[in-house]
Design a protein. Structure first.
Length: 449
């Protein structure tokens, strides 16, 4: 057993279940034009590593390293979609500290990578904090939207990369916050062009972007102002009434975390007052909340999953599944006050999907360990968990990946068919260390044959 494997075995949580084995698939260290990604600024070229140097994974799964990247965080967000409109599914990641956008394509044994954009947030350090692939104007060709995180404290930007290769940048005057959280899209006003809604970390602005039909201009206006930091914005039919609602998270304030569900008016704007508010669990106020929406119990209806963190400096997480109707009713407990989930922040780190191709959805959750950027202590766990709801009720938790803390302390997931074989895979973009500094990270593919 090599040294990284010994370190992993020593810190594997008791009761996680199942034997682990080393990743044995060969690693392909790809970069621009198929070459090594190159050294970080002022550093020697990184030594290529196989997947077995990075992690253990659960029995029944195979894995490979798609790329090694000269960024401390390979993807603060991961998106699966046809980003270049060539008919093939791609993987897009948004990095830090150089705020890049990468596009990876897997075609059989071939692997390719393109740098779509560099320094979206300006001179480093900065963050490309979110990325989406969506056909905004309904012409059959997809655009790429990306939001930034400004480490210098200036207002965040929205980038729209059009199918013709041109780019549109919006830095709305109605927003004073530096970090984009959420890129929710839908045709809210019925004009044939999808709008974008984002929340902003810091001041709590929630901004709606409206593009013209030619995607030559974007107008931005504030539609809500939260009492806390804007930690997420999602559009979903969370109550299964056939209409979209806007879900926003107001958090990062002691005892004031709130998940707000707003109805939309005829023009697609959120009503000023939320219809429902979740402000903690079991009568306990919380510091932070993370959300995802999907059919977790496979009954054909959407559910809301909330990850709660009670105190900023205490890394304990509670994951609950809610049925939303006239009220929010907790129906599933996936985890309670566990230390397995490290910092207990899960924005863009919880996905409901059929990741193992068994015909049933499950909840995939990855963990953050960059405690230095949050001013708190982290165990640098680098965990990836799968949670299931049994057909007869009850839940199950399984550790899928346990990264070596020498190389990885955080990861961000996406689930989809990235290689065109008709089966879903899990994509993991890793990160480690101070996000403001150079480093190296990896993009991994995990599949269940």
């Amino acid at each position: 057993m090599n040294a990284p494997a010994r370190a992993i075995a020593a810190r594997r949580p008791a009761g996680a279940g199942g034997k682990r084995r080393l990743l044995v698939a060969a690693a392909a260290c790809l970069g621009l034009n198929g070459a090594a990604a190159g050294p970080a600024r002022g550093q020697a070229a990184p030594t290529p590593r196989t997947a077995s140097d990075l992690a253990w994974y659960a029995d029944g799964w195979t894995a490979e390293v798609i790329a090694e990247i000269d960024q401390s965080y390979a993807g603060w967000d991961v998106e699966i979609g046809d980003g270049d409109n060539d008919g093939r599914t791609d993987i897009l990641t948004s990095t830090t500290p150089d705020s890049r956008l990468y596009l990876f394509t897997l075609d059989g044994e071939d692997r390719s990578v393109r740098l779509l954009a560099d320094q979206l947030a300006g001179p480093p350090p900065g963050m490309a904090l979110g990325v989406r692939v969506v056909d905004l104007d309904g012409d059959g060709r997809r655009e790429i939207i990306a939001g930034t995180g400004q480490e210098d404290g200036t207002p965040a930007m929205l980038h729209l990369l059009r199918a013709d290769g041109s780019r549109l940048v919006s830095r709305p005057l109605c927003n004073l916050s530096a970090y984009t959280h959420g890129l929710a899209t839908a045709d809210l006003d019925g004009d044939g062009v999808q709008e974008i809604i984002s929340a902003f970390c810091g001041g709590g602005e929630v901004v709606r972007y409206d593009a013209d039909p030619q995607l030559r201009d974007v107008a931005a206006r504030k539609v809500l102002h939260l009492s806390g930091s804007g930690e997420d914005a999602q559009l979903a039919d969370v109550d299964n009434d056939g209409r979209l609602e806007l879900l926003v998270v107001s958090a990062f304030r002691e005892g004031q975390a709130r998940v707000q569900i707003h109805e939309l008016d005829a023009g697609g704007d959120p009503e000023p007052e939320p219809r429902l508010v979740l402000d903690g669990f079991d009568g306990r106020p919380c510091f932070y909340a993370s959300i995802t929406v999907g059919d977790i119990d496979n009954d054909g209806r959407n559910d809301l999953v909330v990850g709660w963190k009670r105190e900023q400096a205490v890394n304990r997480a509670t994951l609950l599944g809610y049925r939303i109707d006239h009220e929010a009713v907790p129906v599933y407990e996936f985890d309670r006050e566990t230390a397995d989930l490290d910092l207990a922040y899960f924005e863009k780190m919880m996905i409901i999907a059929d990741a193992d191709n068994d015909g049933r959805n499950e909840l995939i959750v990855t963990t953050r360990g960059d405690g230095g950027s949050e001013g708190i202590t982290s165990e640098r766990l680098g965990h990836v968990y799968r949670y299931d709801v049994y057909p007869e009720g009850g839940t199950r938790k399984e550790l899928l990946v346990d990264f070596s803390e020498e190389h990885v302390e955080s990861s961000w997931p996406a689930v989809g068919d990235v290689d065109g074989d008709g089966l879903n895979e899990i994509i993991l973009a890793t990160g480690s260390g101070d996000r403001r500094l150079p480093g190296r990270s990896w993009l991994l593919l995990l599949r269940r044959p």
